[in-house]
Design a protein around this ligand. Structure first.
Ligand SMILES: [Zn+2]
Ligand SMILES: [Zn+2]
Length: 215
């Protein structure tokens, strides 16, 4: 393994945000129970009484993602980590990817090919893909369309296919060899689309070719 993957840091729980999430979650669940006991008598009122309960559950789930650690690459603080295992964690300061298990965090092997698209970069209006398979880096023999439909909050972007201006479909043709077909996916919103690759080295090559920063 390259030397920079050997440095490990420990994940600790951010107790102030964990407690805030847990207290908030308990208050919301309590409110939901109270509303069920007082106003819930039909479908609409039951729906209303459920809302704080759902918020409460979401807050409990958020408590699980309140791990913090020192970035093993640059030493700055990383927040919003899982408290035990993590994968595909991008440091916003040094722009490297990190992963880990058992409350440890370390730099992802620079040559890693993940099982699913994990390493993401911006998809600007104009860009080019490095001419190699986006999974294994061998000669590309085919371009596979990767599609993504995103909901529009505004009607600024129009979809010529549908009569309503509610979704935009983005398609990019990503180079693959004959043996691979699932090396990339799109994510984000219409205004801020990002492309994720299974291959960490290909993502870095793509960023370098287009002068982008992983995001
Ligand atoms: Zn860092
Ligand atoms: Zn390949």
């Amino acid at each position: 393994m390259p030397s920079d993957t050997s440095k490990r840091t420990s994940i600790t729980r951010a107790w102030n945000s964990t407690i805030a999430y847990l207290v908030g979650g308990a208050v919301c669940l309590g409110l939901s129970v109270l509303m069920f006991m007082t106003i819930a008598s039909g479908p609409v009122t039951i729906g209303i009484a459920l809302i704080p309960g759902i918020v409460g559950v979401l807050l409990f789930v958020s408590a699980a993602g309140s791990g913090i650690a020192e970035c093993p690459g640059c030493g700055k603080q990383l927040t919003g980590l899982g408290t035990s295992s993590n994968d595909g964690v991008l440091c916003p300061h040094c722009h490297l990817y990190f992963e880990g298990k058992d409350k440890q965090l370390w730099a992802t092997d620079p040559e890693r090919i993940a099982d699913a698209p994990t390493f993401s970069a911006p998809l600007p209006e104009r860009f080019q893909f490095p001419e190699a398979c986006c999974v294994c880096g061998q000669a590309a023999t085919q371009k596979i369309p990767v599609k993504y439909s995103t909901m529009n909050a505004s009607s600024a972007v129009t979809n010529p296919v549908a009569g309503v201006t509610s979704t935009t479909t983005i398609t990019v043709e990503v180079p693959h060899c004959a043996a691979h077909k699932d090396g990339a996916s799109l994510t984000g919103s219409a205004k801020n689309t990002r492309i994720r690759f299974r291959s960490y080295p290909y993502m870095r090559a793509y960023c370098q070719a287009n002068q982008l920063t992983p995001a």
